[in-house]
Design a protein around this ligand. Structure first.
Ligand code: GLU
Length: 448
């Protein structure tokens, strides 16, 4: 009989061999597997039933052609994906990403993370993810609409409120969800609100869904600080990105008395010593859909650094909220040297494994994405609840539900880490707690 450690290593090698070239997927699997040695020791039945091997294999993977025509009449062919990873706890649930970097390995890493994230919320949702290598940048509303319609023309066969419920991710927001829902309704003839989340509140969306990933991430960081008898009040913060997650992370930090001095996009970052003017950022990003550089053109005391390193800006709280692997070992060392106390991942897997190690060794409170950014999908589940009961809740009530879910996610990670002899290690806490919930449900459902 091999030891749990040898067993885990061989499972990881199998995943690499069976999924060649999918580096981000390998990375996400490795991070979870590395936490599971004590779990297999305590629950030998999980090894016996090959729970890890089963969880690493998606239930179903769909890859499809998405042809569409641009405004000049030129035809484009993109590739669409929906990976239905695990439905032990509920219908597959997870966003769609439209970005030129998308390929199967990205969707699988996101889908895999989603399974554990969704389990941590305690709500009845399985995990999945989808998207396309379509680049929405610079495309007109009409082009985006035609692309979304073509994408849905294939995807509609595979989704449903009891089957698989997509939402947004990078490049997919309220506008795209609207076009996708419109096409779903047209193809099926059904007003099936619960088939997509992140809808506009004017026609079935949940209030707070737009704010929820960012708000939830700040609640999580606030809980980590409280566990150390500290708080967000007065903290200097850096938030990378300037999309939906970053914008509402900044908003909640400001509401809790912190000050965000820098944010970014893929071209560079802005630094504003007085604290970022969020109304201006919303105008530039949400209304005008322009680059963040425009901020420094308007706010004279702000400084724009093209291609610069946002993690070199001194801060006490860092919230990487742009994309995967944006914060590496060197960035982590700089943050630690500058006195960073807490890191909360708003994006999915933004910190490299070596970066995470630096934070853990330095005793920084580190909230991994699958726990910290779970507020988005949790509020999607609240949207599904409202749709199922044909109800709509107030902003205040929904936000209170979100806050209480995030306190619950924090508590679960904290207690699990302590229970497995790694107090304060939220990475281990999130991985183990998420894994146990999914594995127990799968065991109960038999060999399926
Ligand atoms: N894309 C988001 C995430 O990474 C939200 C998914 C959802 O709301 O279904 O969790």
């Amino acid at each position: 009989m091999s030891s749990p450690n040898e067993r885990l290593d061989s499972i990881y090698q199998q995943v690499v061999a069976r999924n060649p070239g999918e580096e981000e997927f390998h990375q996400a699997v490795r991070e979870v597997i590395e936490s599971l040695d004590p779990v297999l020791r305590r629950y030998p039945e999980f090894a016996e039933h090959k729970m890890i091997e089963r969880i690493c294999e998606p239930e179903r993977q769909i890859i499809f052609r998405v042809p569409w025509e641009d405004d000049r009449g030129e035809i484009h062919i993109n590739r669409g994906f929906r990976v239905q990873f695990n439905s032990a706890l509920g219908p597959f649930k997870g966003g769609l990403r439209f970005h030129p970097s998308v390929y199967l390995g990205i969707i699988k890493f996101l889908g895999f993370e989603q399974v554990f994230k969704n389990a941590l919320t305690g709500l009845p949702i399985g995990g999945g993810k989808g998207g396309s290598d379509f680049d929405p940048k610079g495309r007109s509303d009409n082009e985006v609409m035609r692309f979304c319609q073509s994408f849905m023309t294939e995807m509609y066969r595979h989704i449903g409120e009891y089957m698989d419920v997509p939402a947004g991710d990078i490049g997919v927001g309220g506008r795209e969800v609207g076009y996708l829902f419109g096409q779903y309704k047209r193809l099926t003839g059904r007003y099936e609100s619960g088939v997509l989340t992140g809808k506009d509140p004017a026609w079935g969306g949940a209030l707070v869904r737009r704010e929820s990933t960012g708000y939830g991430a700040v609640y999580f960081v606030d809980e980590m600080l409280k566990a150390r008898n500290d708080s967000m009040e007065g903290k200097i913060c850096v938030v990378s990105g300037s999309g939906n997650v970053a914008i509402y992370t900044i908003e909640k930090i400001h509401q809790l008395g912190g000050k965000v001095v820098a944010c970014s996009d893929s071209a560079g970052f802005v630094y504003d010593e007085e604290g970022l003017d969020l109304d201006l950022i919303k105008q530039i990003k949400e209304v005008e859909r322009r680059r963040i550089k425009a901020y420094a053109d308007t706010r004279k005391q702000a400084k724009y650094t093209p291609k610069g390193d946002i993690w070199a800006v001194p801060c006490q709280v860092a919230m990487p909220s742009a994309t995967q692997n944006e914060l590496d070992e060197e960035h982590a060392r700089t943050l630690v040297a500058n006195g960073c106390l807490a890191v909360g991942e708003g994006a999915n897997m933004p910190t490299t494994p070596a970066g995470i190690r630096v934070f853990l060794e330095a005793g920084v409170a580190f909230g991994p994405g699958k726990a910290t950014n779970a507020g988005g999908v949790a509020t999607s589940a609240l949207e599904m609840q409202q749709n199922a009961s044909r109800d709509s809740w107030s902003f205040e009530y929904t936000e209170e539900r979100l806050a209480s879910i995030m306190r619950g996610v924090h508590r679960t990670c904290w207690e699990t880490a302590k229970d497995f002899d790694q107090p304060g290690n939220y990475v281990v806490g999130a991985n183990i707690a998420g894994f146990i919930r999914v594995a127990e449900a799968m065991l109960a459902l038999g060999l399926v």
